[in-house]
Each structure stands twice: as C-alpha cells, then as structure tokens.
Design a protein around this ligand. Structure first.
Ligand code: IMP
Ligand code: MG
Length: 192
C-alpha cells in the first residue's frame, strides 16, 4: 500500500457494524494486525533509541490511550507513563493553535528522556505549542512518537517515530474519535 492512500481491498471486519451501532465503515485504512505489527516494530525502534537514562512516555489524551497501552508493552526497557490533557480553544472547529493544558503532570521532567505519545498529526499545531511548553522544563531529551501523520505540516524535528503516514481523510478508531464516538474500534477507518 502506498503511503497516503487507503487500501480499498482491506476487508471490513464482520463485527464492524455492531461496534458502530449500524454506521457503515466502508474503508479500513489500517487493520488490527497491521497496527499490531507496526506497534511492535515501533517498540523495538524506541527500545534501541534509548539505551540509557530514565524514559517517560507522556501520552496526549484522549486520542493516545489505546496506542499508549500497546506501545508501552512493546518497549523492552524500564519506563514510566504519564498523561496530559490539552485543549485547543478559539472559534470554529479548526485547530486554533492555542493550546491549554487541562491536566499537566506534576512529574518532574528535568534530566529525563520525555517521549510524547500522540495519536495523529494533522496541522501539527497542537504538538508544536505543547513541545515548546515541555522544552522549557529542560528534559534530557524531548521526542514524539505519533501513530499517524497526515504529512500536511512542515516536519517537526522532535517527531522521531511515526507509525504510519496516512491520507488527509478524517480517520476514526484505535483511540481516534468523531465527536467522542468510535475510539474503541480495534482498527482505523474512514467514516463511510
Ligand atoms: P493538529 O493540532 O491539527 O495537529 O490536531 C491534532 C489533533 O486533532 C489530534 O491529536 C486529534 O485529536 C485531532 N485530529 C486530527 N485529525 C484527526 C482525524 O483524522 N481523526 C480524529 N482526530 C483527529
Ligand atoms: Mg489527540
């Protein structure tokens, strides 16, 4: 499959309609096994990239909750886990670039390797604002592992690990929501 395209032949799981309450999912972007295989690889990449030091996985809620649970178990070195809740505010539905932290971990970041775990990079604005706030706390290093990247924004240097490049479509499942629904789907799909 080419990066940036959806695979029209990926079979729709038989239980998809039960999970969505009857809303048709017509295109699966990344199936359960494809995700599991890639998350295992990401775990290996991260394990190798941090041979020493304290590692803190900092998940951005809510979208990262399933990815974080799988990724943390795929990393074979000591680590700690915390979460942040960020909210974009401003008018309209588009990302405003103003990011407010609603829950900010009390954890001291100084001298620790901090790896932000994000579900999807769209405009990249949420991440960029957050990274400058986190960098001010002087971690030993600051990186990002994003499950999906729409590749719409200029590259952000801190983004060291990406699960999949994805099309500029609106995706749901595996943590990603549409109006808070569909986060629990075990695959990633486009709403049909
Ligand atoms: P950004 O600041 O434009 O990069 O927005 C990133 C955030 O918007 C992500 O963390 C998601 O919460 C949300 N988002 C962006 N694209 C999608 C999508 O296709 N499906 C679900 N949520 C999305
Ligand atoms: Mg998110």
């Amino acid at each position: 499959m080419q990066p940036g395209s959806l695979n029209p032949r990926m079979p729709i799981p038989a239980d998809a309609l039960r999970r969505t309450g009857g809303v048709a999912v017509t295109r699966i972007a990344f199936g359960e096994q494809v995700i599991a295989d890639r998350v295992r690889e990401l775990g290996r990449e991260i394990t190798d990239a941090y041979p020493t030091g304290d590692l803190l996985l900092l998940g951005l809620l809510k979208g990262s909750f399933i990815f974080m649970a799988d990724l943390a178990r795929a990393i074979e070195r000591p680590l700690q886990v915390d979460f942040m809740v960020a909210s974009s505010y401003g008018k309209g539905t588009a990302s405003s670039g103003n990011v407010r932290l609603l829950y900010d971990p009390a954890t001291d970041l100084a001298a620790r390797h901090v790896l932000v775990v994000e579900d999807i990079i769209d405009t990249g604005r949420t991440l960029q604002r957050l990274l400058s706030q986190l960098a001010a706390r002087q971690p030993a290093s600051l990186g990002v592992c994003a499950l999906l990247d729409k590749k719409l924004a200029p590259p952000i240097p801190e983004v060291r690990f990406v699960g999949f490049e994805c099309p500029p479509a609106f995706l749901i499942g595996y943590g990603l929501d549409y109006a808070e629904d569909y986060r629990h789907l075990p695959f990633i799909a486009e709403l049909g």
